[in-house]
Design a binder for this molecule. Sequence first.
Ligand SMILES: Nc1nc2c(ncn2[C@@H]2O[C@H](COP(=O)(O)OP(=O)(O)OP(=O)(O)O)[C@@H](O)[C@H]2O)c(=O)[nH]1
Ligand SMILES: [Mg+2]
Length: 197
Amino acid sequence: MNPRKKVDLKLIIVGAIGVGKTSLLHQYVHKTFYEEYQTTLGASILSKIIILGDTTLKLQIWDTGGQERFRSMVSTFYKGSDGCILAFDVTDLESFEALDIWRGDVLAKIVPMEQSYPMVLLGNKIDLADRKVPQEVAQGWCREKDIPYFEVSAKNDINVVQAFEMLASRALSRSILENHLTESIKLSPDQSRSRCC
Ligand SMILES: Nc1nc2c(ncn2[C@@H]2O[C@H](COP(=O)(O)OP(=O)(O)OP(=O)(O)O)[C@@H](O)[C@H]2O)c(=O)[nH]1
Ligand SMILES: [Mg+2]
């Protein structure tokens, strides 16, 4: 029997204050939801082990606080991440308008291969009636940036697993590709020596 490969991935979740980042993470990892709001001070980490195909993935997911005063501090955690969930609240237009800034902050910390850095966008709280961001507008933003979009509800557990696992699977593909590149770089010194003199 083939033993499963094991891969560790660091994922981050970012977005404006109160959009539901912690709730999405708790719904995904613990299948729980809390109505009362407790803002995240700085960052915290949750882990989950999942199986994708022939690989056991250990996801270490960094939950970051959306308060403006933490922006610079939490951005230091983006480095070394394998993928990012961008989140906004479909009933909060400002949280949607802030996405360019959050995305820019993340990409500024990711070097190299910025183009292939996996991201997904989650429009949360679709269980609420007073929507301010139409689905087509969010989809348009994602199309421009080539990012998958999910309409989700942490409260009612709608599309949460699908969104996290889409990101995990993209992050896994990228990590496999990077390992191949690293292997071929390791092989190349011999080749360069043979060209010398
Ligand atoms: N109706 C509804 N409420 C939600 C949903 N997700 C989160 N909430 C509520 O929104 C509030 C904020 O949720 P959090 O998960 O703490 O938001 P956050 O993005 O982690 O906030 P910060 O840590 O301050 O950046 C809480 O009162 C949650 O109960 C949802 O899908 N539907
Ligand atoms: Mg939080």
